[in-house]
Design a protein around this ligand. Structure first.
Ligand SMILES: [Zn+2]
Ligand SMILES: [Zn+2]
Length: 344
């Protein structure tokens, strides 16, 4: 199967949280959280188009400066997404520097910040280098079902989670791969051509089955156009392969509402990156810190039906005990009898 993305943690699991999602077929990447970005070389930072910040505890946000430093002076644009209060926090970071000479910088580095609220209203602010990063309001957007970004090949969805403060979880959902059986086209007297793009686009966007498709056919009298319902073509000539789903969840309290939201976000994930700050033997401490234990994370992964679980954000107290954390997650993912948080 043709994979569009590859995802990897920015740091080792004891380091700052962060996920880099690289595009295989274009010079582009998505970044989740802005902790320590030192492992990412400039060429990787410059591929980033969109940054999704779960919350602004320092281990998730202090790397903003490194990204800013690399992008400054370039004609590049970044979109940043974050929870309530996020725009002011980005502006405060920028306000810590002096910008009196930036008008002469060759490129007008631009940041579009999108701050989300619990009603899924996204308020945008444009911050341009040549304007000394003075905010210019963008038209507010009302998001549907937590979808922040909806592109032809994928979408990014968010969920509001609780960490004593609003904390966002994210899922990158690749849309189904649509391909056409060329041999079956021929059997139906149809020919390849630009109309197949129309067909694939209609399938990808989920158009109704009675949508007429302008198919091209060929016979001894020449070429013709035939209107064929989309549903018929889907049955006869289209193959759909489900896309990847990469989910990133960190810094969350273990309680029923959070568990339900995470399971909904991560349902059917092909890769679930999930925090495992503590071992279950320290569950009381985890609860006070509003973090998950490895067992809790594993039980959530099991409830979500995640195919692969990648734990991270291990507490430094377990240095040298990484194998225990990993074993606890896996054990709970395979055999969790129930999710304690869901029965309360
Ligand atoms: Zn935190
Ligand atoms: Zn954290």
């Amino acid at each position: 199967m043709r994979l569009t993305f590859s995802a990897e943690l920015v740091n080792d699991p004891f380091g700052d949280p962060g996920l880099y999602v690289d595009f295989q077929f274009e010079p582009r990447a998505l970044l989740f959280d802005l902790g320590n970005l030192a492992p990412l070389p400039p060429r990787k930072l410059l591929r980033i188009s969109d940054v999704f910040v779960s919350h602004t505890h320092m281990d998730h946000f202090f790397g903003f400066d490194r990204l800013l430093r690399i992008c400054l002076g370039r004609e590049t644009r970044l979109r940043l997404y974050g929870p309530p209060g996020f725009t002011a926090q980005v502006e405060h970071k920028l306000a810590a520097y002096t910008w009196n000479l930036v008008e002469s910088f060759p490129g007008d580095f631009t940041i579009d910040v999108w701050e989300l609220d619990r009603g899924w209203q996204a308020r945008g602010t444009r911050l341009r280098c040549h304007q000394r990063f003075q905010g210019e309001p963008l038209e507010a957007r009302q998001l549907q079902d937590g979808v922040l970004l909806d592109e032809p090949a994928f979408r990014v969805r968010a969920a509001f989670l609780d960490h004593g403060t609003d904390c966002l979880g994210f899922a990158v959902e690749e849309k189904a791969h649509v391909s056409v059986w060329k041999n079956r086209l021929a059997e139906l007297g149809l020919v390849v051509g630009p109309w197949l793009k129309e067909l694939k686009d209609a399938v990808t966007r989920g158009a109704p089955d009675d949508t007429p498709v302008h198919a091209r056919s060929s016979d001894r009298d020449g070429r013709h156009e035939r209107l064929i319902p989309l549903g018929t073509l889907k049955d006869l000539v289209v193959q759909q392969v489900p896309g990847e789903k990469i989910c990133y969840v960190t810094d969350v309290a273990f309680h029923p509402d959070n568990v339900q939201r995470i399971v909904a976000l991560a349902g059917g994930a092909t890769q679930l990156f999930i925090e495992c700050a503590f071992l279950e033997q320290d569950a009381d401490h985890a609860a006070r810190k509003l973090h998950l234990t490895a067992r809790q994370a594993g039980s959530i992964a099991r409830a979500a039906g995640a195919r692969l679980v990648i734990p991270f954000h291990f507490s430094p107290r377990y240095a040298g005990r990484e194998a225990e954390l990993r074993a606890e997650v896996e054990e709970a993912r395979r055999a969790s009898p129930s999710i304690p948080g869901t029965t309360a």
